[in-house]
Design a protein around this ligand. Sequence first.
Ligand code: SAH
Length: 432
Amino acid sequence: MINLLDYDLEEITNYVTSLNEPKFRAKQLYTDILNGKDFSDSTVLPKAFLDKVSISGAKFQAVKIYKTFKSKDKTIKFLFKLNDNNLIEGVLMQYKFGKTLCVSTQVGCKMNCAFCASGLNFVRNLSAGEILGQITAVNAYLKGTAKDRAITNIVLMGSGEPLDNFDNVAKFLKLVTSENGLNFSVRNITVSTCGLVPKIEKLADLGLNVTLAISLHAPNNKIRREIMPISKSYTIESVIEAAKYYYTLTNRRVIIEYALIKGVNDSLECARELSALLENLTCHVNLIRLNDVTERGLIGTLENKMNLFLRELLINGTSATIRRSLGDDIDGACGQLRNKELNLQTNKVQKVKTTAVISKDIQTKKTTTQNVKKQRNLDNKSKFKSNNKFSKNAKNLTNKNDKLKSKNPNVKQARNQAFNKITKTNSKQKYR
Ligand code: SAH
């Protein structure tokens, strides 16, 4: 089956010529599919042309909105149906600065993080067009068009691990940022990963410059291994090194996602350890309260403790905010809705347990990018290494200074004053 949304304009043109149709039809067809139109509601294309497309077995749209759930805070959760009847989820969040759509990249997920509902029932990767289709469908639902989009930002934070579906995600990023396509700016796109080190490097090498978010959720290997199986393949230190590499090549501040879990990763010691770990990385920490996963005994940290954690990070010089949680009343966390629907459909009440099936290529710790590097990347890498040496020295110096400083009560007082100033600004700020 051909999913036309998998194609860029050039590929659509080749397809149109293969039907013995004139080239100008390609642009019309592409506009239609990007506007979320289907065979039945195309207003521009003649019936004879549409019949040919239909006979060729090609589909205009890769996903259809199957159900919607609206939250009190205007968040809308979408359950999409794919052409093979698989279900995936997306969430639309409305902020002052615009509308952000969170999209899925796989049906289910293999990563099996202890706190995440998407780690259940991995079925398959999504194609580039199936990721794009979530955007065209919701954009049309909001009465937007390809030229006048209703969606301003995209986050790849729905079900699935984007970097475990690298080639399709990379093609999607090219399609969605293309001038002939929906023309999103890379600045408005965030790719979130649980930390597949070689793939983070590969993404940096691609030079697409999207924002990278890393789901860290722990300040050290011991805690991370308890909640994220992927950390058995890649140490937390190697994830931070990959993040530094990403920053060096793209100049984009990295986002660190940290879900606070009661009694697991939310002590002040954890906050201090996190600050030390991130000291030489240009990053911002998004703290979020865990959506409770009661069947695994994981509960979100209470608000006052979250504030203390935030305060400790800020005092230790780490940029951080608490992210407002949206859509709590409609099962906003990834995978929750799809699981509910599958349980309803199969009448299963018990959750299915799966073990992590991490594909071979991501188990190998060797980077895949060592051989083919562009000169720019090589230059940047050596610059990165020498900077890194320098920053290690700088870190030692800062530590020594800090130890001296912390003995001085005036310094502590000054830090507290600085903290109060920051938290005042923070509480005024709208969290992303
Ligand atoms: N696989 C990618 C993207 C999908 S998950 C990743 O790991 O980043 C999107 C984000 O939601 C991740 O930061 C993930 O750790 C977080 N998440 C998953 N379950 C959650 C829960 N129960 N509460 C809070 N955040 C959760």
